[in-house]
Design a protein around this ligand. Structure first.
Ligand SMILES: C[S@@+](CC[C@H](N)C(=O)[O-])C[C@H]1O[C@@H](n2cnc3c(N)ncnc32)[C@H](O)[C@@H]1O
Length: 284
């Protein structure tokens, strides 16, 4: 097992958390992969422990969708798709070409899962991509992508596990893809130590979950965070990108899990307000 494959089981945890939202297919996916069976490793009390984690996962998904809509690209390459339903949902629109990608084992599991839920679609593709690989495994010049038309890359839930040198490799691969097609990279995955600590310290259960994730993956999302926001911004600029920052609080009104989990708005507001999502484009 490569060290990256140890990250893959965390996809089941976020899949379980998303089932408490109205995100399409969230419940079906969670049940089909029996996400509940791994939850005990991270959250012994199940959804009670995930009470604040679940709305953040819902917010991250919906905020990514919001920015994908804002930039309006009709070709989308999702990195580290895991068990996300976005490809199934967005490819309902035949004008959108959607590429799901992940490490080989995970993307095959995903393809099989999608086959159980929907009929094959000519505009939904699956690619095995290690985002850190050199040379790049990104689908530059793939026959299913239209030349001369911008693409949007999306990535939620991976970069926070990667070291700075690994993040640099991802940025280089994204840069190469955007140089070819033009477009934007949308990700909530760039985080600072202060923001990561806020999530960790939000309640004892959240702290336990993050510790269990670090133990199971062998990777600390706190250690792999940027020192502070100036560090984050400098890093992004050094890789040749322009950064636009948005906050998850902007989609507070869209969160269905708050009512389902009986969470008061004021209890989740600080956490959402402290969590950013970014749109990155190439400088110049
Ligand atoms: C926390 S999960 C998030 C999955 C999904 N994006 C979501 O939000 O549900 C992290 C994902 O990153 C994938 N992954 C880990 N290392 C990777 C790499 N080097 N390249 C591509 N994907 C990777 C894992 O297989 C897993 O699906």
């Amino acid at each position: 097992m490569t060290s990256f494959n140890k990250i893959s089981p965390t996809a089941l945890l976020v899949t379980y958390a998303r089932q408490f939202s109205d995100i399409p297919y969230a419940r079906e996916i969670s049940e089909l992969v029996d996400a509940q069976s791994v939850v005990g490793q991270y959250a012994p009390n199940g959804i009670e422990d995930l009470k604040y984690f679940a709305p953040v996962m819902e917010a991250r998904y919906k905020a990514t969708n919001g920015l994908l809509a804002k930039f309006g690209c009709r070709q989308i390459v999702e990195l580290a798709s895991g068990l996300l339903p976005r490809g199934m949902v967005m490819s309902e629109n035949p004008e959108i070409t959607f590429v799901e990608s992940d490490l080989p084992l995970m993307i095959e599991q995903k393809r099989a899962l999608v086959d159980r839920l929907i009929a094959p679609r000519p505009n939904l593709h699956f690619a095995a991509i290690d985002v850190t690989a050199t040379p790049s495994q990104f689908p530059v010049n793939a026959e299913y992508l239209r030349q001369g038309e911008p693409i949007a890359l999306a990535c939620e839930g991976l970069l926070q596990y990667l070291t700075l040198p690994e993040k640099q490799l991802v940025f280089a691969n994204v840069q190469q893809m955007l140089q070819h097609y033009g477009g934007v990279w949308i990700t909530p995955d760039l985080t600072t130590k202060q923001r990561r600590s806020q999530l960790r310290n939000y309640n004892p259960a959240t702290e336990r979950i993050l510790k269990a994730i670090a133990q199971n993956t062998g990777r600390s999302t706190l250690d792999n965070s940027f020192e502070h926001s100036e560090h984050l911004q400098q890093f992004v600029a050094d890789q040749g990108f322009h950064l636009q920052t948005f906050s998850l609080i902007d989609i507070l009104d869209q969160l269905s899990s708050l009512e389902r989990l009986n969470i008061a708005v004021q209890d989740i507001t600080p956490l959402l307000a402290g969590t950013d999502i970014f749109a990155l484009t190439l400088e110049g």
